[in-house]
Write a protein that binds this ligand. Structure first.
Ligand code: AMP
Ligand code: MG
Length: 491
């Protein structure tokens, strides 16, 4: 049955045809016994792909890369990257394929990408596979991020392959179908730059401009404007992570997009108790990607992007550096503006322009709330939500969370005097986040074949700001015996 999908949707191979040097045509590994675990009906609709079609045997095979739709040219993408600070000249999609792009019902071009689709020429020692738990984890966390209004790749489906995959134990294999505004990464530019083919580098930059920052084409210096746009997008993105307590966990340059979307949910986690040094990834022994380091790392990664793009800024290397440094220099002000404005919204206050009396008062209140959080183990998400209750006149729930009551009272008195807007606070401070102990519980059940806890949890995180009766357990921190949470890479 060739139903709706292919009659209404045409796949393109735009990346593959525009940048063949970065695209190796490849086929997905055949899945022995496909089983659709979860499908994002709403996202399928946005893409113009009928969910009913994607549930048919042919549709499921499409989601695995085993049925290649008309117009699609599956490719493995080449990229380089700095991993934990060390440069790898060749990474690329070792276990993923870009199926192609399609123009969605709103007219936006989106990538359809398959993760776990088998070994490619970039697989090195890897088996090219992915397993059910981590793919469902990416599905859940990326959908939660989207619901939190944070730019992110989206999850269209997870399909079990029916093949056992060797990890520490044998685990069920799966493929994640991922949707992104593109899969261009900082590492794509590093790879192109390393080829010494300046025409390729330019073509890549033109492709990035036309997909993400078309206004840059009209700027006096389009490539500099492209770089400045990525700097601004990433500064805004990382500020949003910080505001919700998200730790990405593996901010290598190959995991940083040009679009400004969050990508590659591996060892990521949301903080329970506020802790600037929070690290969850088992391989991040030095804490390079700890919560509070994320802005610094983003800036470091963008410096690597600037190096890769340098020949595009000016023929003369010497003259290229100054404008690149100037553009990168804006990262800090973009980041602090986005973070400070976000914090003011979390506190329900407006503040005033920097330097004004109101501006200074807001800045002191933001510093003050961070000091309260640092002082004791305080659940980050719960605390801000309970401050919303304080804004409505009952400060007991929030007050009961901090150790230094005198400090809280002094802070809360000044804050309440500004008449914080509780409605605004509730629209930015989530009740529900993908809490680690609940993520683990849902994934453990799914790995055993029970999708019910996962599906319930997905429904919860899809509406993070709306408190609902009966969902109390999803608002609570981890049980005492949950311990220091660790996430694992190479999943
Ligand atoms: P990540 O940091 O998870 O985004 O992955 C880093 C690199 O390792 C990328 O080039 C991936 O394609 C590759 N990789 C990760 N897992 C596997 C696997 N099981 N098989 C082949 N390549 C993999
Ligand atoms: Mg990656």
């Amino acid at each position: 049955m060739t139903a709706a999908a292919e009659s209404t949707v045409t796949f393109e191979g735009l990346f593959a045809s525009s940048l063949p040097e970065l695209a190796v045509p490849w086929q997905a590994e055949e899945a022995p016994e496909p089983g659709l675990l979860v499908l994002n009906d709403a996202l399928a609709g946005e893409l113009g792909l009928a969910p009913e079609y994607l549930k048919t045997p042919e549709g499921v095979r499409l989601l695995l890369g085993n049925h290649v739709p008309a117009g699609a040219t599956p490719v493995a993408q080449a990229y380089a990257g700095h991993q934990f600070g060390g440069y790898s000249p060749l990474l690329g999609d070792g276990r993923a394929l870009l199926l192609g792009e399609l123009v969605d019902v709103a007219g936006r071009r989106r990538d359809i990408h398959l993760k776990g689709s088998g070994r490619t020429p970039f697989a090195r020692a890897g088996d090219g596979r992915a397993v059910v738990g981590p793919m469902l984890r990416e599905y859940l966390v990326s959908e939660a991020m989207h619901a939190l209004n944070i730019p992110t790749t989206r999850a269209l489906a997870v399909v079990a392959t029916g093949r056992p995959v060797r990890r520490d134990t044998m685990l069920p294999g799966a493929v994640l179908a991922r949707v992104a505004s593109s899969h261009l990464r900082v590492g794509s530019f590093q790879y192109a730059r390393a080829t010494d083919n300046m025409e390729l580098l330019r073509r890549l930059a033109d492709h990035a401009i036309s997909r993400h920052y078309p206004a840059a084409a009209r700027a006096e210096h389009p490539y500099l404007e492209l770089f400045a746009s990525v700097v601004a997008a990433q500064a805004g993105l990382v500020a949003r992570w910080m505001l919700v307590g998200f730790v990405h966990g593996v901010m290598n340059t190959d995991n940083m997009t040009i679009s400004g979307e969050t990508i590659d949910y591996g060892p990521c986690a949301f903080m329970d108790a506020f802790n600037p040094g929070a690290v969850y990834s088992s391989i991040d022994v030095g804490g390079r990607y700890a919560y509070a380091n994320q802005p610094v790392v983003a800036e470091w990664n963008l410096a690597r992007l600037a190096e890769a793009m340098l020949p595009l800024f000016h023929e003369d290397q010497e003259q290229a550096v100054a404008p690149a440094v100037e553009a990168l220099g804006k990262f800090r002000s973009h980041y602090s503006d986005a973070w400070f404005n976000g914090m003011k919204a979390k506190l329900g206050i407006k503040g005033g322009p920097a330097g004004s009396k109101e501006g200074d008062e807001a800045s002191e209140l933001v510093d003050g709330v961070i000091a309260l959080l640092k002082d004791g183990p305080v659940d980050y998400t719960q605390f801000f939500r309970r401050l919303g209750q304080a804004a409505r006149g009952d400060d007991r729930p929030a007050r009961g969370m901090v150790l230094d009551l005198a400090a809280f009272d002094a802070w809360a008195g000044r804050w309440a005097a500004l008449k914080p807007d509780a409605g605004l606070m509730d629209s930015v401070n989530p009740v529900y986040i993908p809490r680690n102990h609940l993520v683990e519980e849902a994934l453990a059940a799914a790995t055993e074949g029970d999708m019910a806890p996962f599906n319930r949890f997905l429904d919860v995180v899809r509406f993070p700001f709306q408190e609902r009766q009966g969902l109390e357990r999803y608002t609570e921190g981890p049980p005492e015996d949950f311990g220091a949470y660790r996430t694992f890479c190479g999943t």
